[in-house]
Design a protein around this ligand. Structure first.
Ligand code: ARG
Length: 567
């Protein structure tokens, strides 16, 4: 239910009927406290200034013209000219009853669907995927799922780093190591270190490595073959992680840096034609702003850079993939890079001005002491180990509860909880903040955690295991808590829309937390299955419980987190 836009239409009409002319957007806010109603319109103060009139007077006038026969039951002027709005209980009851059996819990599509490219994960093939890539993968996958659910046409792009001089050294070393490629590349981090050590020690090897860099670039079949093998195995490592995470990225979504190689000379030519290119000590540069170093797009030796590839990718996404919105889910430390390539691409007409370009930046993952996340001995934490540990810890957390029929069920629940905990912890903070990684916090039954939501869901399922009858009837709003719960349920759509516009998964987690907290209060105060509860009230409360569970499930599902029936 797009409640805010409906309320905005009603207010707009009231303003017109009260002869108040305005071109302002009518912005409806959530009420800050239950005593201020469900929603508020706070735009009168601004209007009063424009019209040089008393705000309370205007508000009183507008209130008289607000339609209170459909969705609104009551309006009130408060303070200097706020308008508080209460939704009607009958309307709430009807709307909520209608969506109990709807698979989309009443959520429609966005008004103007877009073609959206979401660039996420983007691991580097020369190295093991580490926790740094975790955030991009988790946030990106959630955004892609969210956009898709709301009706956008989503194209996932995994911009993997598969090109660069280091590959000469790596494939030369792969050849040195001989036959068992899989075994050799088991630990990419170690392989890289060994190759580098050998490179530094042996001048012959260093020469061969340099020779191989040139040879791959010249498409020498033997070297390309080795390179392809290397990328393949490296990607398999990543896919293991995607699989554990339940992330939807596939090989079809991979469009690697190397894919853009043939386009790079054209990028330089375009920039040249647009008069944006400056020669600086042999390197080709674009100067954007006096106070900043230039963006180098081609080195003196002819080599291209990360920025050049990104310009080619940007043009490809806008022109070939025909995207209207392009989201880059990449570490905040690359902010400057994206600012620069967005500006250059627009200046050079490589993308149309109407295309929305967004760097969806996120902060660094920190440990409890506030330092970047490392293993005990100071190495980078491997993602796969971290995810396995999450599942083991989740198992410990729930094992004592002893309500599982067999080990298989326990494993399934532990997986949903462990992986869910890691994802939720990441998604629930405002993404640009640095992220403090804490097992205890993320695996807690209380607070804004996945487990809190999953537990609430499981509790509701247990009510239905006890009731176990067909639910026929309708929702009736019996008290203040039920009123607030129904409003909250119907706020789900506005929440998803906001999360999609702002690309903020934490908007969804905050909502789920508020929903579940409210439901728990309702559940404590309004007994459902007690014998003395009249049947129609029982049914109404059961329907509210079912709807809450459906929303928890849908919400977690968008976040890529599974629910379980029993915890
Ligand atoms: N491989 C890059 C890194 O690990 C991330 C790629 C992000 N995407 C892009 N189009 N630049 O830093």
């Amino acid at each position: 239910m797009k409640i805010k836009s409906q309320l905005s239409t009603i207010i707009q009409k009231a303003l017109k009927d009260a002869n108040i002319e305005t071109t302002d957007d009518i912005v409806i806010s959530d009420a800050t406290k239950p005593e201020f109603g469900d929603y508020q319109f706070n735009g009168v103060m601004r209007l009063a200034k424009q019209l040089k009139r008393n705000p309370r007077e205007i508000a009183t006038d507008v209130v008289k013209h607000i339609d209170t026969t459909t969705i609104i039951s009551k309006v009130e002027v408060a303070g200097p000219g706020f308008i508080n709005i209460w939704l009607d209980n009958n309307w709430l009851a009807n709307q909520t009853t209608q969506i109990v059996n709807d698979k989309r819990v009443g959520i429609g599509s966005v008004d103007t669907p877009k073609r959206v490219v979401v660039d996420y994960s983007g691991p580097n093939m020369a190295k093991q995927m580490h926790v740094g890539h975790l955030r991009s993968t988790i946030i990106g996958d959630t955004l892609a799922t969210l956009f898709e659910f709301l009706g956008d046409d989503v194209i996932r792009q995994n911009h993997i780093g598969d090109w660069g001089t280091q590959f000469g050294m790596l494939i030369a070393y792969l050849e040195e190591q001989g036959a068992d490629t899989d075994q050799n590349l088991k630990d990419l981090e170690q392989f890289y270190k060994d190759a580098k050590a050998y490179f530094d020690k042996s001048p012959e090897f260093a020469n061969k490595a340099r020779e191989y860099v040139v040879k791959i670039q010249q498409h020498d079949p033997h070297c390309l073959n080795l390179w392809q093998k290397f990328i393949d195995i490296s990607l398999q490592h990543c896919e293991e992680v995607y699989d554990k995470l339940g992330v939807k990225l596939t090989r079809d979504d991979v469009r690697a840096e190397s894919f853009y190689n043939p386009q790079l000379p054209k990028v330089i030519k375009t920039l040249e034609e647009k008069g944006l290119l400056v020669d600086s000590d042999g390197a080709k540069c674009v100067f954007l702003d006096e106070s900043q170093p230039p963006v180098i797009v081609q080195k003196g030796d002819g080599g291209y850079l990360y920025a050049t590839t990104d310009l080619a990718a940007l043009e490809f996404r806008a022109k070939e993939l025909k995207a209207n919105r392009i989201c880059y889910v990449v570490d905040a430390r690359q902010s400057n890079h994206f600012k620069q390539i967005f500006t250059i691409a627009k200046k050079a007409d490589m993308v149309d001005n109407s295309v929305q370009l967004e760097h969806i930046a996120f902060g660094t993952m920190m440990d409890k002491s506030g330092k970047p996340f490392k293993t005990r001995d100071g190495g980078t934490v491997k993602l796969i180990d971290l995810l396995d540990e999450a599942v083991i810890r989740a198992k410990e957390t729930i094992k004592q509860r002893d309500s599982y029929s067999d080990e298989k069920e326990l494993d399934k629940v532990a997986k949903a909880i462990g992986i869910g905990a890691v994802k939720y912890a990441d998604l629930s903070i405002s993404r640009e903040s640095n992220y403090l990684f804490s097992w205890d916090k993320m695996l807690s039954f209380d607070g804004n955690t996945a487990l809190y939501m999953q537990y609430a869901y499981a509790r509701i399922q247990s009510i239905f295991r006890k009731y176990n009858k067909e639910l026929n009837g309708k929702i009736v709003i019996g008290d203040e808590l039920e009123h607030r719960l129904a409003v909250m349920i119907l706020k789900f759509e506005d929440t998803l829309i906001k999360a999609s516009i702002e690309a903020t998964p934490h908007t969804i987690t905050s909502y789920l937390y508020d929903l579940v907290t409210l439901f728990m209060k309702f559940y404590e105060q309004n007994p459902i299955l007690k014998e003395d509860v009249p049947e129609d009230i029982k049914i109404s409360r059961l329907l509210l419980a079912r709807l809450t569970a459906n929303i928890i499930q849908k919400g977690l599902n968008i976040l890529g987190i599974e629910v379980v029936d029993k915890i």
